[in-house]
Design a binder for this molecule. Structure first.
Ligand SMILES: CSCCC(=O)/C(O)=C/O
Ligand SMILES: [Fe+2]
Length: 200
């Protein structure tokens, strides 16, 4: 299913090249609503005007995304390309939200659903996505082997990734509790569940 430009689906378990789509047969698509329930949020923007885009400015202000840089992921442009791609595709979590805006090219983010199944999210130019702190996920280029992405962060960026298993982290436990709707009074929610974007 295509939803305002974002397409996501459940993955098969084949050992084929990670850059292939890995769709089930028949395909089983995942809606924006289902992604939102996992704490994954999405905006569609005009990447051609990202330097002056008031809509991006508004999101950054509202969500507190004070930091930004741009990463180009391509064999001859990214230092230690192979090593980094391998690292990005290891299943991991972060202690903070991961916020990425695709300025050019395309790529996949994979996230685990509540039953620990992989969902593949196809990111295209103009897609801005936020993955909540504590969600297990990974990233890969697709068969076009190129993407340019803006990385956004609240405050000073922390890129540290914790590979699975990382279940003992407080943020992981809070994330899992938020999925089950069992947060206790006084617990803080993963950031994005507090600040959902307007519907797109
Ligand atoms: C598109 S930025 C590279 C991927 C990355 O930083 C990360 O943490 C993937 O999960
Ligand atoms: Fe990550």
């Amino acid at each position: 299913m295509t939803c305002m430009g974002l397409e996501a689906w459940y993955m098969n378990c084949s050992d084929e090249d990670q850059r292939k789509p890995h769709r089930l047969n028949p395909n089983r698509s995942v809606s924006l609503d289902e992604l939102r329930k996992l704490g994954v949020f999405y905006w569609k923007l005009n990447a051609d005007t990202y330097e002056t885009d008031p809509e991006l400015e508004k999101i950054r202000k509202e969500q507190g995304y004070s930091y930004m840089d741009i990463i180009t992921i391509e064999r001859d442009r990214l230092p230690n390309y192979e090593e980094k791609l391998k690292m990005f595709y290891e299943e991991h979590l972060h202690l903070d939200d991961e916020i990425r805006y695709i300025l050019d090219g395309q790529a996949y983010f994979d996230v685990r659903d509540k039953e620990d199944r992989w969902i593949r999210i196809a990111m295209k130019k103009g897609d801005l996505i936020t993955l909540p702190a504590g969600i297990y996920h990974r990233f890969t280029l697709d068969e076009t082997n190129f993407t340019k992405a803006m990385r956004l962060f609240v405050g000073e960026p922390v890129w540290k990734a914790y590979n699975r298993p990382a279940d003992d982290f407080d943020i992981r436990q809070k994330y899992v509790a938020s999925l089950q709707g069992s947060l206790k009074a006084g617990d803080s929610l993963p950031t994005n569940t507090l600040k959902p974007p307007p519907s797109v």
